[in-house]
Design a protein. Structure first.
Length: 157
């Protein structure tokens, strides 16, 4: 694992695209997945968004396998694992690094907007749903969950 760098923009976006289109099929329809991530082409907003946070990546012999990002205010912005790396500890490894960063910087609480796919992973680690939200992208409604981890120090990975 290492810190995300701007040179990881294309590879991290590819993980994001694959995670949504190939990994979220049980939770979202094809139309919803397309609305969420409409193109495999790197969008202009990607580099500034990830550059504005602290992020880490994991990789294997084939390239990046996952990434996670944390804004300094304690917002878990992005957390995606390539379908080929699911179930091998990649998500847990990334999540543990996020918690280490939160503790190092004195964050007491973390927050996020989680997908149906991420919600159970976080709930197993002490996160709570605060609200169920509907967002519209490309005229398609997507459900997400506003979640928080109220006590970072008591968190067990």
């Amino acid at each position: 694992m290492r810190e995300w760098e701007p040179t990881d923009a294309e590879a991290s976006y590819a993980v994001y695209y694959q995670a949504v289109h190939s990994g979220a099929g049980n939770h979202y329809s094809p139309d919803q997945r397309h609305a969420w991530v409409p193109s495999p082409v790197l969008p202009e907003w990607w580099l500034p968004r990830l550059s504005a946070s602290k992020a880490w990546v994991t990789s294997d012999e084939h390239g990046l396998t996952g990434f996670i990002s944390l804004h300094e205010v304690g917002y878990l912005d992005m957390f995606f694992v390539a379908p080929r790396a699911r179930g091998n500890g990649t998500a847990s490894q990334l999540y543990e690094r996020l918690l280490e960063q939160a503790r190092e910087t004195g964050l007491d609480r973390l927050a996020t907007h989680a997908s149906h796919y991420l919600r159970p992973f976080l709930e197993k680690r002490g996160w709570h749903v605060l609200a169920i939200e509907a967002v519209t992208r490309l005229e398609v409604e997507l459900e997400r969950f506003e979640m928080e981890l109220p006590q970072v120090d008591s968190q067990v990975s």
